[in-house]
Design a protein around this ligand. Structure first.
Ligand code: ADP
Ligand code: MG
Ligand code: MG
Length: 882
């Protein structure tokens, strides 16, 4: 028979699929001998069965009962024993951490009769009522769907009636009255009294946790984080320990290092006389964890040593949830902690220096997505006004946008927005996703806003206490200053400062380092990035090249570590003043006119190529012959119609009229499937020949000047080998006539599915392949790239048809299969065929890994993504972690 329930003593950290992250780590801590309250985990498999069938797996209830007995005997208390009841917490926890997304219910097992027993056993009546009111509200909202606000409003009105500001100041009799009111609220919504059978409470709570896997907010979070929907959650059931037993008790969260900077030390928040979510909810202001050293030195010392044990064991930054009950420390959760992008690099380097991990492991722990974040610009503060306030810098970045006060407005807004709230809760998730920055007036670095923003990579400043946020009134005040919805705000996630203006931004230190403007040793972050890049370069097999069309881009690409240009587009060279020459070419009626237009373009193209070959001297430069439809260089049909219609007979408009008829003649229903790429080369006489001539002459010129030019010629949009053969024959003839030109390889893009399918034939005529994965994706899916991102993808993402845009990250199953086919087909004919990719995917972390696995020789991407591709190519080449 399957085991659906594991005691903490029987699990371990390698069982995350079955026990979830929280359960696996609770088990690991138990095995390490750390003080964890006894408990057990109901597996994700049980959850999946329940969600699939609507029933609990057979025998589960009996099994749970047996495990409860074990907890009872370890704790010396019994569930439902009115004299001294055992209380339990019921907590969700799936394979991947989803902070604040799912449910926890504390104090399960308390009943009318049990309150008296708990009061007597603890000698504290207030404490007993406090537990009961927490249970009824958490159970009511989580299990029965009673709106949480009703409980909160009742609590607030009792605070007002008692004339106190915080919950711990409420007396035992206040809380007893509150419980009565909570029960009425519960009854009003469910039509039943609050359940007095602890076993019923426990089962209700377990099922509610299972169901919470499918709440809307959990789904939204999973979609944003690319977590599969079918994993299910485990449920952890454990004995309660009480942080709300008075001033010698409390609850907190701790990090073994600063998750924002990586600085070592005991770091976190503590809240005396509190239970559960009080800390994260930001309803009361927490103390810095260091204060605990003063309040309760022995517990602080025990916490410090437990944290050391955990860091050593997990070999990484850990975050911890703990509770102190009357001077006794309990650990309630740990995990390898989330961290900012900068901290990820810094901590990885620190752990290497401390001898805890090796460089390969450090490289595994950083990634291109984080590196990309570090390359974001920062605010330029020269000339900035005084900040209007300063809060806690909780998630880095420079966010600038218009103020909004709720999720709906954030989602509706067209430009960037800053979401301003007193505090956030899981319902704010859509707004946090839509915002570039988040600003709250309450809560510390471990508040919901901070944790979620860090996870999502949004800039966040929290706990800006001077803010008086009036979300209903759509404004906030700072002193006398009033800021309204729509005002421009700049939020600096590095310093916590908030400015009432749109500040200019400047490059990040990491970019300046790649530019060669900062030394590797200039800061711990830059030094850590430098070390990871060096390791990645040492181990990677994939070469990284650049997509660059101008000498400036080419020079930057070289500084950023490109080994050449994998895609030099020539269409940009036909814009500006040169449009007139393209017009002449299109309008030419006789061969002589065509010749003249091409002759005028030739020296311009030659000069373009000469400059790029000079900048990239000694490195390959793959020049793509003209790709887009020619009419892209002409004025639009609408424009010409409007101009000529106004004055049909005006002789000054003769040229426009000629142009109009040319544009009409060239009109195509599907230009992306029309006269472009190699088809232009075959149908517009002399066009490709002129470009090849310019490339040959530029190379000859550079060689004569003592340079080492390495141009390559790439033919776009080939679908059949005969297209390529014809272009190649012409190119070879042209090059044979250029004196002093070095040998120039001729290859093709693979971007039409037919090219991938017939790659073996095409390889006979191609000295290299370069996958144009943008067109290949467009044509494989039949998606018009320029349209679907706005029209179809939002719905497809919502419907779960796709998990992410196939234009951002390679579609392994479909497009990827064509890539594999083409690699096999091409190399079967020409074993030394050089193969690369020059679509957007060349700089996407997940896609780089795929190209490594598929045996490509290089990826080519835009200059700013070169470091990302280098890093990911290195990570892809690492052996699996041991
Ligand atoms: P989340 O995943 O949202 O952090 P948790 O399951 O960790 O939710 O529960 C939230 C909080 O509830 C914990 O941080 C802890 O303070 C409190 N809690 C959970 N279990 C217990 C317990 N057995 N005794 C006391 N407090 C608990
Ligand atoms: Mg937790
Ligand atoms: Mg293309």
């Amino acid at each position: 028979m399957r085991t659906y329930v594991y005691d903490f003593a029987d699990g371990g950290m390698d069982m995350k699929d079955l026990l979830g992250g929280k359960g696996a780590n609770l088990a690991e801590m138990t095995r390490l001998g750390l003080p964890v309250p006894p408990g057990f985990t109901i597996t994700t498999e049980a959850c999946r069965t329940y969600l699939d069938t609507g029933d609990l797996p057979e025998g589960l209830s009996a099994c749970v009962a047996a495990h409860v007995s074990r907890v009872e005997s370890l704790m010396g208390r019994e569930l439902g024993n009115p004299a001294d009841p055992l209380l339990l917490s019921v907590r969700s926890g799936g394979r991947f951490s989803m902070p604040g997304m799912m449910e926890t219910i504390l104090d399960i097992g308390l009943t009318d009769a049990g309150v008296a027993g708990l009061a007597a056993a603890s000698g504290d009546e207030r404490f007993a009522w406090d537990c009961y009111r927490r249970l009824i509200s958490m159970y009511g909202s989580t299990v029965e769907g009673v709106p949480g606000e009703e409980f909160e409003q009742a609590l607030a009105s009792h605070r007002r009636a008692a004339g106190v500001a915080t919950d711990p100041e409420l007396s035992a009799s206040d809380l007893r009255d509150l419980v009565e009111e909570y029960k009425k609220i519960f009854h009003a919504h469910t039509g039943r009294p609050f359940p007095q059978d602890p076993a019923e409470q426990l089962e209700g709570a377990v099922l509610a946790v299972f169901r919470s896997w499918n709440t809307e907010r959990a789904r939204v979070y999973r979609r944003a984080e690319h977590i599969p929907d079918d994993l299910g959650t485990a449920v952890n059931v454990m004995a309660m320990v009480y942080g709300n037993r008075g001033p010698r008790s409390g609850t907190g969260v701790a990090f073994t290092r600063d998750p924002a900077t990586g600085a070592r030390g005991v770091y976190g928040d503590y809240l005396p006389n509190a239970q559960g979510e009080d800390v994260v909810a930001g309803i009361r202001d927490t103390l810095p964890l260091q204060e605990l050293a003063r309040l309760d030195a022995p517990s602080f010392a025990r916490l410090g040593s437990a944290m050391e044990t955990l860091e050593r064991h997990y070999r990484d930054l850990c975050d911890i949830e703990f509770t102190i009950e009357e001077g006794r420390l309990w650990l309630l959760q740990t995990r390898v902690g989330k961290r900012t992008a900068a901290a990820a690099f810094i901590i990885a380097a620190q752990l290497v220096d401390e001898g805890t991990i090796d460089l390969d492991e450090a490289l595994r722990r950083v990634d291109g997505t984080r590196l990309a974040r570090l390359m974001f610009p920062r605010f330029d503060l020269s000339g900035a006004p005084e900040p209007i306030t300063t809060g806690v810098p909780a998630s880095p970045g420079a966010a600038c946008g218009r103020v909004v006060f709720d999720s709906r407005r954030a989602a509706e807004a067209t430009g960037p927005v800053i979401l301003v709230r007193r505090e956030t809760n899981p319902d704010d998730l859509p707004g946090m996703l839509a915002a570039t920055g988040i600003l709250t007036s309450r809560g510390g670095k471990t508040s919901h806003a901070a944790v979620v923003a860090r996870g999502l990579g949004r800039t966040c400043v929290c706990g800006a206490e001077e803010l008086d946020v009036d979300a209903e009134g759509r404004m906030f005040r700072v002193g006398d200053l009033v800021v309204r919805e729509g005002d421009l705000l700049s939020v600096d996630g590095a310093t916590g400062k908030v400015y009432l203006t749109a500040l200019p931004v400047r490059p990040s230190p990491v970019v300046r380092y790649f530019e060669g403007e900062l030394e590797a040793g200039s800061s711990p972050l830059v030094s850590a990035v430098d070390r990871m890049m060096a390791r990645a370069d040492a181990v990677r097999r994939l070469e990284v090249q650049a997509n660059a069309d101008t000498p400036e881009d080419a020079a930057r690409a070289r500084r950023f570590g490109a080994a050449g240009i994998g895609l030099c587009r020539t269409e940009h060279m036909f814009l500006g003043e040169r449009r007139a020459l393209v017009e002449r070419l299109i309008l030419a009626e006789e061969e002589g006119d065509v010749r003249a237009a091409l002759d005028a373009l030739l020296p311009l193209q030659r000069a373009d190529f000469t400059r790029i070959l000079e900048v990239m001297d000694g490195l390959p430069v793959t020049i793509r012959l003209l790709d887009p439809p020619l009419h892209e260089f002409l004025p639009s049909l609408e424009e010409l119609v409007a101009r000529t219609a106004a004055a049909p007979d005006d002789p000054a408009l003769e040229h426009d009229r000629t142009m109009l008829s040319a544009v009409r003649r060239m009109h195509e229903s599907n230009p992306m499937l029309g006269l472009r790429g190699v088809r232009l080369g075959l149908l517009v006489p002399g066009l490709f020949a002129m470009q090849v001539q310019a490339i040959g002459e530029a190379a000859a010129h550079r060689a004569a000047a003592g340079g080492h030019p390495l141009p390559e010629i790439m033919v776009p949009l080939v679908g059949d080998v005969r297209e390529l053969a014809a272009v190649r024959a012409e190119a070879e003839r042209v090059l044979a006539g250029v004196a002093g030109a070095p040998p120039i390889p001729i290859g093709t893009m693979i971007e039409v599915p037919r090219a991938a399918l017939t790659a073996g034939d095409i390889a006979r005529e191609a000295e290299f392949f370069s996958f144009g994965t943008n067109d290949l994706t467009q044509m494989t899916w039949g998606f018009s790239r320029d349209d679907v991102e706005g029209t179809i993808f939002p719905a497809y993402l919502r419907l779960g048809v796709i998990d992410e845009s196939p234009f951002e990250s390679i579609d392994r199953r479909g497009v990827g299969r064509l890539v594999r086919l083409a690699v096999e087909g091409g190399r079967a004919v020409r074993p030394d065929l050089r193969i690369g990719v020059c679509g957007e995917h060349g700089g996407d972390p997940a896609s780089v890994r795929f190209f490594h696995e598929t045996g490509l020789d290089y990826v080519s991407c835009s200059p700013y993504r070169i470091p990302i591709a280098r890093l990911e190519a290195g990570r892809a080449a690492l052996p699996a972690s041991t």
